[in-house]
Design a protein around this ligand. Structure first.
Ligand code: HEC
Length: 256
């Protein structure tokens, strides 16, 4: 076992089997299913619904206007979220930006936890497919503060077991297995964490945003779930997205 494993995590890992291994943590059958689903991601249907939501609100032209940018700049701009948006007055991920957009268009915003919002956010982020993540955590003071807060939240030990995100996703432990699952390096270009969410999770039969994926890890690790869209949660998204800076966006992702 690696030397720097935290005591808390070491305890947790001892319950399961720990082996450092490079292979994907999937059985041969799961692997075959994964390959098949890659051809036809079940999340595509939700993303298509998202396209309809945008159309109803005036399409890409209206969205670009709301964001005060040229329509051609939209993909690159979307590849830089979470961002500080002056007219919203805070750092927001795409879903909260879309809530503000809906409000601006006179429509009742979809709740962050709704499936409608997941589809809408996935479609809008997919407009940046092929672009590289270009988040700028030094763009302004608000982004710098969000990055610092995100790092703090990522490293904060909480819950009964005193675990942090870093306990399972730091360079010291990634690649080890916890209950059969490889602990993924969130900055690894093969994992493409921030570049592929919203993604469809085969084990759950649903699509989730990155923040919802964070909540699943919190639940599994017995950490109280941080609310979607809260400053801490958005900051966490800033921090984790910055790890994947330069990676190509591919929405919707497909995950175990
Ligand atoms: C107890 C260990 C543990 C803790 C603590 C933990 N995670 Fe995870 N996390 C995992 C494992 C294991 C997986 C991979 C699960 C799988 O493959 O199904 C994972 C997957 C993820 C993914 C998806 C990566 C991908 O495939 O794109 C993200 C994002 C993530 N974690 C973020 C976080 C954040 C943020 C925190 C802190 C709130 C956190 N995790 C805390 C164990 C942990």
């Amino acid at each position: 076992m690696k030397r720097l494993l935290s005591i808390a995590l070491a305890g947790l890992l001892m319950g399961g089997m720990v082996v450092a291994e490079e292979k994907l943590s999937m059985s041969a059958q799961d692997r075959a299913l994964y390959e098949e689903m890659l051809e036809n991601n079940p999340a595509d249907i939700f993303v298509e619904e998202g396209a309809e939501h945008l159309e109803e609100l005036g399409g890409e032209e209206a969205l670009a206007k709301f964001l005060e940018i040229d329509e051609e700049e939209l993909p690159k701009y979307l590849a830089g979220f979470p961002r500080y948006i002056p007219k919203i007055g805070m750092v927001v991920a795409i879903d909260q930006m879309l809530q503000a957009f809906m409000y601006d268009r006179g429509k009742q915003p979809y709740p962050l936890k709704s499936a409608e919002m997941d589809g809408f956010a996935a479609y809008v982020k997919s407009l940046a497919n092929g672009e590289k993540i270009n988040i700028d955590v030094n763009a302004n003071e608000a982004m710098q503060a969000a990055y610092r807060l995100g790092e703090e939240v990522f490293k904060m030990r909480r819950g009964k077991r005193g675990l942090s995100c870093d306990s399972c996703h730091s360079k010291d432990v990634v690649g080890l297995r916890l209950r059969m699952q490889i602990l993924p390096d969130l900055g690894d270009p093969k994992v493409k964490a921030a570049a592929t969410w919203p993604a469809y999770r085969m084990t759950k039969g649903k699509m989730f945003t990155l923040q919802k994926r964070f909540q699943q890890c919190m639940k599994n690790a017995l950490l109280a779930q941080i609310p979607l869209g809260s400053p801490q949660m958005v900051a966490l998204e800033v921090y984790v997205t910055n790890m994947a800076k330069g990676q190509e966006i591919q929405i919707p992702g497909l995950k175990r």
